[in-house]
Design a binder for this molecule. Structure first.
Ligand SMILES: [Zn+2]
Length: 173
């Protein structure tokens, strides 16, 4: 697990992909250069940069035996957005059940390197606790369906759902 260590609401997949291209030029089978398998932006959009079986470029010594997930943000000074946490939770649950990954194997980058990554504001066990979170975390598809409702007719429902996601996030923090 990583953070970009750059401003959460301004950091895009494209920018990180470009940064890693210039740094390493290590192309994934999907044609991207970003070192992570999955990137989650502030809006909770998950973009896959490498297929799970691709070698990553994110954690020295573990790139051929781990999945790299990166959240946009500098969690030394800010926090993940609630929709980002919802998206991460779903991804972690999916991948954990797909590969039988135990929670204790969900680790911050700093467990393997002399870095703060994924940010001082997030405890070492923060991400692994997400997969133990209740299944009532709103699905991102649920949120986007409400957000896209005509003329904001379902705005109240959307706000209620986001509030719920925020409460769950606070409980998990
Ligand atoms: Zn990192």
């Amino acid at each position: 697990m990583h953070h970009t260590a750059t401003a959460r609401d301004k950091t895009t997949f494209v920018a990180v992909d470009r940064y890693h291209r210039d740094k390493w030029w290590f192309k994934s089978s999907l044609g991207f250069y970003i070192g992570y398998q999955y990137f989650i932006d502030a809006a909770g959009i998950v973009t896959q940069g490498r297929v799970d079986a691709d070698v990553g470029a994110h954690t020295i010594g573990y790139n051929d035996k781990s999945l790299g997930i990166c959240l946009a943000g500098n969690f030394d000074v800010e926090y993940p957005s609630s929709v980002q946490v919802v998206a991460l939770t779903r991804l972690l649950k999916n991948k954990s059940s797909q590969y039988g990954i135990p929670p204790e194997k969900i680790m911050p980058h700093r467990a393997f390197a002399n870095k703060n990554c994924y940010g001082k504001n997030l405890a070492d066990d923060w991400a692994r606790h997400l997969i133990a979170s209740p299944n009532n975390v709103p699905a991102l598809s649920e949120i986007s369906a409400l957000a896209l409702s005509p003329n904001g007719t379902r705005k109240q429902e959307l706000l209620a759902l986001l509030e719920k996601a925020l409460q769950i996030t606070k409980q998990m923090a």
